[in-house]
Design a protein around this ligand. Structure first.
Ligand code: WTA
Length: 651
């Protein structure tokens, strides 16, 4: 059953939605912001930094771009990011304001005020300091979506140590390689979390990742969440609750340089090895506080903000941990899946807490759409006033459904384009100012300069596909790839001169609005999660039965893309009934369940050019059920016929 009305389908790029007079009248953003930023971009950002953030020492220069692409923002400024997210709101008299309404998947709840958060973060910072964590250290965080995740991140920030959050859905291998790359001294984890109605263990993966004792990890802090039995190493492991209880609930913070590392977050690239994206303090927090104010129109006294992303992804870093708290807002944090214990769970939470701003991924919106209008209709969604979308292009049909069924035709939708690397929103309509358009992220935010260019770096004409580039440095930009400055230059700054290459295809429409066309590299986007074809291929070939593998992202109605693998077995290996399932499980163990191929096709050959390069484009045609494109550059042009026939034979 699909529940889209013909009205949802018809609307396309010709239609725009003016903000209501009521919304526009109260909006934080104004059209003048674009002019101000255009007139003096650096002056504009300096003003935002001073207005939105508390500095212990003012900065002397806004930007040092003397050694591109290595930027320094708000040079000479000193601040403490955790102070900005917590203490200053308490000092301003808002200690009783709820910072986090936590909803556990099994139905348990917690209400954490800013004063509570200040005490918890202080205790956690003291506990980490007692374990020897100091400025410049790295701490790995491998937790479910529970308040301790945010508390841990802020405790690191408070000490000037960088955190590296590893998504709880990643495997022990993935965790281990990140711990080694970032050289983490401490790991913060939990016994487990709740997922789809059941406890799902985390601690055993940490034990596996650290087995052998050859990592720099000295201590593991373990939050008790599920109460399930887990192994405990008396030398290495500590109970979070005990470690915190032993500490005072106050902590004197130090101020750190604006460029002090705040976190390293790993993301998939075009090679098999994930990149540790490095973010620093002053610019990151400024641009996110700006996004909260203008893109999310946040009114900290009255709004209830809910970003549904996991803290394991950048969206959870910027719009669960840092942005809402820097803004002094009240937010909802939900541990589990949207359909546990029933498919109305999200809408029940919106109604319960009177959520006013909801930020979710198109894949979740399409899933809700598939489940049917009657499910959200059972809940009172009238508190909502603004909706956001992130992670992948949102098709106009899903956009219209989101607007009509969830937003009651009254809420502006902000389709926010950004990346782990950009740290904060880059392209989105300013609500209350811009008439929104289904399917388009529209235009760069004030103070952000982007272009869509052709192969030679020249701006494309309207309605011509090109590459999205960022033409000027921005405050929340990545400062590099952890430990690999050359890769940083090669990946982002070598494709075009003096421009940041985002890896996304895009075009301008007749109004000059930007439409995203998906990735132009070998990065897939599955349910808004970035996965690398190369990483999954190397996981597959690490299986003893596999000789060669090629992975493509096939079109998928719900998840945007789906992982489809083409695999050649080693000589002597027979395909049995269990082969495909075994290979899927193997990828799950190597990387994590999110990377498991939806389909695995066992083939005799892969399409290769004369120089031996696999032509994934042709495999994508097969996966998408399309007529196979031009195969004339293949070394053996009959290969595609064989593959198509064999895939067709499986159906
Ligand atoms: C894609 C997530 C179209 C894009 C914040 C980008 C989008 C990648 C949008 C980054 C959007 C994100 N419209 N595409 N609104 N938002 N993307 O690093 O391909 O997990 O390069 O950051 O997601 O994914 P990442």
């Amino acid at each position: 059953m699909t529940n889209t009305t013909s009205q949802d389908r018809q609307h396309g790029e010709e239609q725009t939605f003016e903000p209501s007079a009521e919304f526009a009248a109260q909006a934080n953003a104004t059209a003048a912001l674009y002019d101000e930023a255009a007139a003096d971009r650096l002056g504009f950002w300096a003003e935002q930094a001073r207005e939105l953030i508390s500095w212990d020492t003012d900065f002397t220069d806004t930007l040092d771009w003397s050694d591109p692409p290595f930027a320094r923002w708000f040079v000479g400024g000193k601040l403490n990011v955790a102070y900005n997210c917590v203490d200053r709101h308490v000092e301003a008299g808002h200690g009783d304001r709820v910072a986090i309404h936590f909803e556990g998947e099994p139905g348990d709840t917690r209400t954490i005020t800013y004063a509570d958060l200040q005490r918890e973060v202080s205790r956690a910072a003291n506990a980490l300091a007692a374990l020897g964590v100091v400025q410049g250290d790295r701490v790995a965080i491998y937790l479910p979506m529970i308040p301790e995740a945010v508390i841990s991140m802020l405790a690191c920030a408070r000490l000037g140590a960088a955190h590296s959050v590893v998504f709880g859905g990643f495997s022990s291998d993935a965790l281990r390689s990140r711990i080694l790359d970032v050289q983490a001294k401490v790991v913060i984890t939990a016994d487990g979390g709740y997922r789809r109605g059941k406890p799902s263990a985390l601690k055993p993966a940490v034990d596996e990742a650290l087995a052998g004792g050859d990592t720099p990890v000295e201590k593991v802090l373990v939050v008790e969440r599920t109460g399930e039995d887990v192994a405990f190493d008396a030398e290495r492991d500590l109970h979070w609750a005990e470690a915190l209880a032993a500490q005072p609930d106050t902590h004197e913070y130090e101020s750190f340089d604006s460029e002090n590392p705040l976190f390293v977050l790993y993301t998939s690239g075009t090679t098999g090895k994930p990149k540790g994206i490095l973010h620093t303090s002053g610019g990151y927090i400024t641009q996110n506080a700006f996004a909260m104010r203008t893109v999310f129109d946040i009114k900290p006294e009255t709004d209830v903000f809910w970003c549904t992303a996991d803290v394991g992804w950048v969206t959870g870093h910027s719009y669960v941990a840092y942005g809402p708290l820097a803004a002094g807002a009240t937010q909802v944090m939900y541990e589990g899946t949207p359909d546990t214990p029933h498919r109305g769970r999200w809408w029940e939470i919106v109604a319960k807490h009177g959520v006013t701003i909801l930020y979710a991924a198109p894949t979740a919106i399409r899933t809700a759409m598939k489940w049917g209008d009657e499910i959200p209709a059972e809940h009172d969604l009238s508190s909502l006033r603004l909706l956001g979308s992130v992670g992948e292009p949102i098709n106009p049909e899903a956009w219209m459904w989101y607007r009509r069924v969830i937003g009651g035709d009254r809420c502006p939708i902000v389709d926010t384009w950004w990346q782990t690397e950009t740290g904060a929103h880059m392209i989105a309509p300013l609500p209350g100012v811009i008439a929104t358009k289904p399917g388009s992220s529209q235009r760069a935010l004030p103070g952000i300069s982007v272009a869509v260019v052709d192969d030679t770096g020249e701006p494309v004409e309207r309605n011509v596909a090109g590459y999205l580039v960022i033409t000027e440095p921005w405050p929340a930009m990545l400062r590099g790839i952890y430990g690999d400055p050359e890769r940083f230059k090669d990946t982002y700054w070598s494709r075009f001169e003096n421009m940041y290459f985002a890896g996304d295809g895009a075009r301008y429409d007749d109004d000059g609005d930007i439409w995203f066309l998906g990735r132009v590299d070998d990065v897939m986007n599955v349910s808004g999660h970035r996965l690398s074809t190369a990483e999954i291929e190397s996981a597959l070939v690490s299986h003893e039965a596999v000789a060669e593998a090629a992975v493509v992202g096939a079109q998928d109605e719900t998840s945007g893309q789906a992982v489809v693998a083409f695999v050649i077995l080693r000589g002597g290996e027979e395909q049995t009934e269990g082969t495909v399932e075994e290979l899927r499980a193997h990828v799950g163990r190597e990387i994590g369940p999110i990377a498991k191929p939806k389909r695995v096709h066992i083939v005799e050959e892969l399409p290769k050019t004369r120089s031996g390069k696999i032509m994934r484009r042709l495999l994508k045609d097969v996966a998408d059920n399309r007529l196979v494109g031009d195969a004339t550059t293949l070394a053996d042009s009959s290969v595609m016929d064989v593959i198509s026939a064999s895939v067709a034979g499986e159906k």
